[in-house]
Design a protein around this ligand. Structure first.
Ligand code: FES
Length: 169
């Protein structure tokens, strides 16, 4: 038998053979590379989330409620996007939260009953926010209300004030 006739023997784990099959070693190498890629992607995602600022985009707490002449005397006006009632009496203006002090439902002004009522569990309030009945533990808070230099009403929902304070215009 000549040297050319002898069969060649590949060591175990050598590169792909000519039939398109891969060796066990190559298979495990590719699995390991894929696992490292997945782990790297996960680590990059966690790092990105960690480095991104955690910012809550909330609407401003101060808002203009327009010219006082927009509000008739003895009126209650609900400002929908601010969840605040602007109340005008003969004495002046005040701003009352529309968020129920029980579990945070949005109350509704009921002119026929002359009350602010909560649709969730039935709490009722006077137009000045004092509680009439129901499970609400506290009256509706009053917010600071002032005039801007150009004469608009300005409500600050971060500043609660005593309910007897009224903005005289
Ligand atoms: S949330 Fe208003 S009464 Fe319960």
């Amino acid at each position: 038998m000549s040297e050319a006739d002898k069969p060649t023997v590949k060591p175990e784990g050598e590169a792909k053979d000519s039939g398109g099959e891969i060796s066990r070693r190559d298979f495990f190498n590719e699995v390991a590379i894929a696992a490292l890629g997945v782990a790297g992607l996960g680590a990059a995602t966690v790092t990105y989330r960690y480095l991104s600022p955690n910012v809550l985009f909330e609407p401003p707490t101060t808002f203009r409620a327009g010219n006082p002449d927009l509000y008739p005397v003895n009126s209650v006006t609900y400002i929908t996007d601010q969840q605040v009632y602007i109340v005008r009496t003969g004495a002046g203006f005040y701003a009352v939260s529309a968020i129920c002090t029980h579990l945070g439902c949005i109350t509704q002004w009921k002119p026929e009953a002359n009350q602010i009522q909560c649709p969730c569990h039935g709490s009722k309030f006077r137009e000045d926010g004092t509680k009439i009945e129901g499970p609400a533990p506290r009256p509706l808070p009053h917010f600071s209300i002032t005039l801007t230099p150009d004469g608009d009403l300005l409500v600050d929902k971060l500043e609660t004030i005593k309910p007897d304070k009224v903005l005289k215009v």
